[in-house]
Design a binder for this molecule. Sequence first.
Ligand SMILES: [Zn+2]
Length: 283
Amino acid sequence: MDRFYLVCTYLLAAVLGLCVGSFLNVLIYRLPRGMNIAKPGSHCTVCREPIRWYDNIPVISYLVLRGKCRHCGTKISPRYMIVELLNCLFWVACVWRFYAYGWGVLIVCSITVSMLLTAFFTDLEHMMIPDSVNGIIGLCAIAAFILQICGIGTEVSWQDRLWGLLAGGGSFLLIYFIVLLVIRREGLGLGDVKLMTGVGLLLGWRSTVLAIAFACILASFYALAKKAGRGKREEKSLKTDEETAEEKERKNEFPFAPFLTTAAAVCLFFGEQICTAYTNLFL
Ligand SMILES: [Zn+2]
């Protein structure tokens, strides 16, 4: 009977994950633009024609319509299907990882990964993380903290979670002010600071430190690849346009949250195991 419940939970997570993924697309499009998330209903952003329910089925509708609007034929970004599939995958992974800890932990972690996914794309497309997304991650972290105190949490103790809050939020706030002092403008977004405060409380200090290190490594590789790519392009085009120092600096800017959210998601699932395996190497 237990096995039957587990299979049902997996199926429910997959279907709900797809539907919630579809809603995340609405959040990714509307929140950075300051739009209402409920009204108007789903519509094509070019011809404004409402999208009927049968054209709004996660993944299937995108494939049937071959990624185009039924009315005007405008191409729909593949991001819609990618978000739906990723969220489905994450929710199934949450059942695999957190089912044993009970429904409380499972729900909190599922909502958190969905919000991390949303922050990934809003920062990638608009260079910002909406406060509401950071707020929900913060609420999930507080819920996980309370569950931990009540004795129905995970292997991360509530003390470790408090240290995580300091390791995530505290360190990023410090870096934020240092960068502000040194280059005299915002280098690290406040959104990143808020994100890491919630993530820190949720992951505990060990996984948070690991996530920050992992995010920095990913971002460094990306920055190097970007620099190499631009160097080649500049060699090819013999443009002699004079670029101001500020323009050059702006070209070097890139969103940090995609790396942070990716690292946080990996550490939510595997952080404690990685840290334990690492410390066992030396003990
Ligand atoms: Zn259209």
